[in-house]
Design a protein around this ligand. Structure first.
Ligand code: FES
Length: 100
């Protein structure tokens, strides 16, 4: 189970899929996801396998989430801020092209 350091003062409150979580300043949105105790923050588009943040350094993309209404954000690369809303990533990313 993921736990925040006991000496860290949790002063920033965010919402993770409707659950309020308090974290220290400078913590990542991925830490908030883990602290919230979700079973998954996204599912893979092909097999539907559940995913949670893993590497915490921008490599695995298992932390993709909708943060403040913007989908496909790597939660481990985003610092929490007061009032942030983090939701599970749904489906595959849409790719914009110039083709008509
Ligand atoms: S946890 Fe691996 S890229 Fe974010």
């Amino acid at each position: 189970m993921f736990r925040l350091r006991p000496e860290a003062r949790a002063t920033v409150r965010v919402s993770v899929d409707g659950r309020e979580v308090a974290l220290p300043e400078g913590a990542s949105a991925a830490a908030a996801v883990l602290a919230a105790g979700l079973a998954a923050i996204r599912e893979t588009p092909v097999s539907g396998a559940k995913r949670l943040p893993y590497c915490m350094m921008g490599v695995c993309f298992d932390c993709l989430a909708e943060i403040d209404g913007v989908p496909n954000r790597q939660a481990c690369m985003v610092e929490v801020r007061e009032g942030m809303t983090i939701r599970p990533q749904r489906g595959a990313r849409a790719i914009e092209t110039d083709a008509e």
